[in-house]
Design a protein around this ligand. Structure first.
Ligand SMILES: Nc1ncnc2c1ncn2[C@@H]1O[C@H](COP(=O)(O)OP(=O)(O)O)[C@@H](O)[C@H]1O
Ligand SMILES: [Mg+2]
Length: 615
């Protein structure tokens, strides 16, 4: 008989076994212990928390704090399962403000390790130490606060111990656990020691802008300089008059995005979480400005009425459930989107930029390509059979900003100096290779990719029109007809309402010919047939979905690409200046629709360095 299928009698699990199983949910690796103990220290009002580790935390994890301590009589209770000082009723759970509340961590950790807790409360003569294995209480020496020592983690469950990674990996996870708490508690100092060496330290911040100081320390000044402040409060108000949701923190600029999603930190009411709603909302805020599969970086803090979020859905509380995930999604998305939409100040942008050498490399790469990538994608897609646009004017003139006399930089010297101060992107000096505009501002040299920049300006204008109603349309005097594929004809017929929203009127002329009868006013002088074909191709792609915002933006982006000035068109200085002024006035104008930068600053300092001046 097969032993494994032999039935055993039903019996109750021993308490010991139950607690070990429960421990498995909370304690996966040393970092889980570090997290629970640091959470407890924070809940005890600690100002300084010191974590000491040996062998990646497997041999020893000791967390020492200067919090309010545990009185002698309560020490044994603290190690019992479901024993907590943090909530007393279900109602408390709905407004829990502490990191802990399940009363499980100490019991769980105790059941799988050799644990000792030493603690001293304020008005006690000395500290008391409890041995978790023997239950023995003895007098100990220490100042007010608590030290929890955890030795030989998983000693009783070698199978689990085998799953641990190298000491270095476990150490990295332990540090990450402390970092996550450090990012939300700038008022608390943290130190991490490993095998007798100090490996990480964040001093308690004082003075103004604590959070900024801490983020700078934890994530580095590069993160800080390449990010913008986020702060948005939802319009809806709670009963007590405070806003329903506040989203704040910092969002990395598109340039700072990374290949991996390893710098995305989200907090809900001070608790680090992995949350799909927040992640998706943040991601969609970058949709318009981020290139391909790049991952944005951010540290976002969501403050929400406790009753609107359930933190008790996961043993480690890393997941939460929102009562209304849509309100959170829209608050986060809006917060990040509006922070990114503000054009960067020249000061801020030059601070986080790569050195001149990198910029010159960048110029080289684009120069070799000789035209922006965006153009390649659509131009190939649409061979023109009957180019019947009846127009002598190129597409450039259509959207090209007419130079406005009052915006022209004056030529006399003192006023030029003024102009450099006033205009973020400065005054145009010259055009390079038919691709770049060179301008001068107070910081030095500005290099603008004119197609990319103009494309964004046109795109934002189309989006703005789309938001207010529909895109303004202009009938063509003579319809532009072209030989169309059956798919194009079918798409034009089925999507005629969407086309109307987009300012386009494309109707069958015969079974194999389509006629473009109206185009968006702002693209009126462009190539109507090219535009029609591109939009139809996009629509065919998105046909299945009802035209959601995303598809809509992609279509507008395609249209903008058509409307934008092409490479190799020479511009007058006035035209260049007009574009610079439009960029300054346009949201998100620092990136083109495909997430590439539209302009770069080369500072005088970088130019000096190139020529080794001032050394
Ligand atoms: N570092 C500490 N300082 C003061 N009290 C502590 C500390 N760690 C644990 N405690 C006490 O022990 C109790 C049990 O801790 P724990 O098992 O982590 O459960 P929880 O944090 O969910 O309450 C806590 O409610 C708290 O009263
Ligand atoms: Mg706890």
């Amino acid at each position: 008989m097969n032993l494994t299928t032999q039935r055993r009698p039903i019996c109750e699990l021993s308490d010991d076994l139950i607690s070990q199983i429960a421990a498995g949910e909370v304690v996966e690796r040393p970092a889980s212990v570090v997290r629970e103990l640091v959470d407890n220290a924070v809940d005890a009002g600690a100002r300084q928390i010191t974590v000491r580790l040996q062998a990646g935390g497997v041999r020893l994890i000791a967390v020492e704090d200067d919090g309010f301590g545990i009185p002698r009589g309560e020490l044994p209770v603290a190690l019992r399962r479901h024993a907590t000082s943090k909530i007393a009723s279900l109602a408390d759970l709905e407004s829990v403000g502490t990191m802990g509340f399940r009363g499980e961590a100490l019991a769980a950790i105790c059941s799988i390790s050799d644990m000792r807790v030493a603690s001293r409360v304020l008005d006690s003569g000395h500290a008391w130490q409890l041995d978790g294995r023997t239950g023995e209480l003895s007098a100990a020496a220490r100042t007010t606060g608590t030290t929890v020592e955890v030795r030989e983690l998983f000693y009783a469950t070698p199978a689990r111990r085998k799953f641990l990674k190298t000491d270095a990996t476990e150490l990295a996870h332990c540090i990450e656990a402390v970092r996550r708490q450090a990012m939300v508690r700038p008022d608390v100092g943290f130190a991490v020691w490993h095998d007798g060496k100090l490996v990480e330290q964040w001093h308690a911040c004082t003075g103004l802008a604590l959070q900024d100081q801490r983020l700078r320390h934890v994530l580095g000044s590069q993160f800080f300089e390449q990010s913008v402040a986020v702060d948005h409060t939802s319009a809806a108000i709670r009963d007590d008059g405070t806003p329903l949701i506040r989203v704040w923190g910092r969002a990395g600029l598109p340039d700072a995005a990374r290949a991996r999603a390893d710098q995305q930190f989200a907090y809900v009411n001070g608790r680090f979480v992995r949350d799909k709603v927040i992640g998706h909302a943040a991601r969609s805020a970058y949709q318009d400005v981020l290139h391909g599969h790049r991952q944005p970086v951010y540290a976002l803090y969501v403050d929400i009425a406790p009753a609107r979020v359930d933190v008790n859905v996961h043993p480690t509380k890393i997941e939460v459930r929102f009562r209304d995930s849509r309100e959170v999604h829209s608050a986060v998305r809006h917060a990040v989107e509006s922070a990114l939409a503000l054009p960067r100040s020249a000061l801020q942008s030059s601070a986080g930029l790569p050195p001149a050498a990198a910029i010159i490399e960048h110029l080289g790469a684009f120069g070799a390509l000789n035209r922006p990538v965006a153009q390649l994608t659509y131009a190939q897609a649409a061979p023109v059979f009957v180019a019947n646009t009846n127009r002598g004017v190129s597409d450039v003139e259509a959207m090209w900003p007419r130079p406005q006399p009052q915006l022209q930089p004056p030529s006399s010297q003192p006023e030029v100096a003024d102009a450099l101060q006033t205009w973020r992107l400065g005054r145009a000096i010259a055009q390079l290779q038919g691709i770049y505009i060179l301008a001068e501002n107070a910081q030095g040299l500005v290099v603008v990719d004119m197609h990319a920049a103009h494309e964004r300006v046109v795109y934002e204008r189309l989006k703005a029109q789309m938001d207010t109603a529909r895109i303004q349309s202009q009938p063509l005097l003579i319809p532009a007809t072209f030989a169309a594929s059956p798919l194009e004809v079918a798409t034009a017929e089925s999507a005629c309402e969407t086309l109307a929203l987009l300012g386009l009127d494309i109707t069958p002329f015969s079974s194999k010919t389509l006629a473009v009868r109206a185009v968006p006013t702002s693209l009126a002088h462009g190539d109507a047939v090219q535009l029609a074909r591109s939009v139809l191709a996009e629509l065919a792609l998105h046909e299945a979905s009802t035209v959601v915002q995303r598809a809509q933006n992609e279509i507008l982006s395609t249209m903008a690409c058509h409307g934008a000035v092409r490479a190799n068109r020479s511009l007058t200085v006035d035209e260049m200046n007009a574009l610079l002024r439009q960029m300054e006035a346009t949201e998100r104008s620092d990136q083109c629709n495909h997430g590439r930068p539209t302009w770069r600053q080369v500072s005088i300092k970088e130019l000096d360095a190139l020529f080794m001046r001032g050394r």
